[in-house]
Structures are given as structure tokens and as C-alpha cells.
Design a protein around this ligand. Structure first.
Ligand SMILES: [Zn+2]
Length: 156
């Protein structure tokens, strides 16, 4: 690791020695998401497993795995915004956003209208960050559906 002189660095991020950030997996078995929410003694959980009944964890994980093309893009975006070498470069983030949608579009079939970059509530075109929030809401809705479906079955 070397420390570049600021006048030679392309950005402030270049001038700062980088340390990679350790990624903690969600404690639910085989969950593809990071365990970003501390859940007590067991470790971290993702937002989709946090606060749910452990009997639903397998269904939630399967839903996340079924939508791996979307969770991969969410995780790639989070990584880009947490890595100083990309987070401080708007042009790099914009290029990553373009690539992400080009990768995802052929994989989402009829869900394309739901997950495509759109205008935000403020009327601006999605940025990489706002688009990923859209993908997170999409996945959240699929997870809620898988839990509701199970609850409905129990009630019948
Ligand atoms: Zn999880």
C-alpha cells in the first residue's frame, strides 16, 4: 500500500491508502445478502431476514436466491458505494450503472417494467443509487409475498 502525493492523485480517494472492508454474511443459511443489521449474539442479518420468524428464513432465502440476478446487482452497487476507488468517481459509478442494467435487463423477463431505471418521485431519472433502492423495494415486495403466501396457507 502506498500513499500518493495529493497533486499526483486523481482524486482524494487515490491519496488515501485503501483498506478493504470485511463483508459479513447474513446469518440465515445461504442468504446471499450481507448481514448489515446487528441481530444480537448471533451476528448480522440482512434487511430481508431481520425481524422475521426463523421458520420463514428458508422461504426468504429461496426468494432471494430465485432473484439472484437482482441481489447480485444490489450487492455490486453497495460495494461500489463503499469502495473509495469507485464511490468518489461519478463517471465510474455512471458506467457501472449502465453495465448493471444491461446485465439485468435480459434476465428479468416480464418484470422488466418493474425493475427498469425510471423517474424518481422527484421527477429525475434514476441514478445508480436510486435505482438500487428501487431494486431493494422490488426484492422486499417478493419477500413479503412469500411470507404472506405462507400465512394465507396456514389460515386456510
Ligand atoms: Zn438474509
Amino acid at each position: 500500500m502506498s500513499f500518493k502525493k495529493p497533486e499526483k492523485a486523481e482524486s482524494i480517494a487515490d491519496a488515501i491508502p485503501h483498506k478493504s472492508v470485511k463483508r459479513y454474511a447474513c446469518i440465515a443459511n445461504n442468504c446471499p445478502m450481507p448481514g448489515a443489521i446487528f441481530s444480537g449474539s448471533g451476528g448480522g442479518m440482512c434487511a430481508y431476514h431481520y425481524g422475521t420468524n426463523s421458520e420463514d428464513w428458508g422461504r426468504i432465502t429461496r426468494t432471494l436466491q430465485d432473484w439472484q440476478c437482482v441481489t447480485d446487482e444490489i450487492n455490486a452497487c453497495r460495494e461500489a458505494f463503499n469502495n473509495p476507488s469507485t464511490a468518489t468517481r461519478p463517471a465510474v459509478l455512471e458506467a457501472m450503472f449502465d453495465s448493471a442494467w444491461r446485465r439485468l435487463q435480459p434476465l428479468v423477463g416480464s418484470w422488466s417494467e418493474d425493475v427498469k431505471p425510471q423517474l424518481t418521485k422527484g421527477g429525475k431519472p434514476d441514478s445508480y443509487g436510486s435505482w438500487i433502492l428501487r431494486l431493494e423495494r422490488f426484492i422486499g415486495a417478493r419477500v413479503v409475498d412469500c411470507i404472506r403466501h405462507q400465512v394465507g396457507r396456514k389460515a386456510a
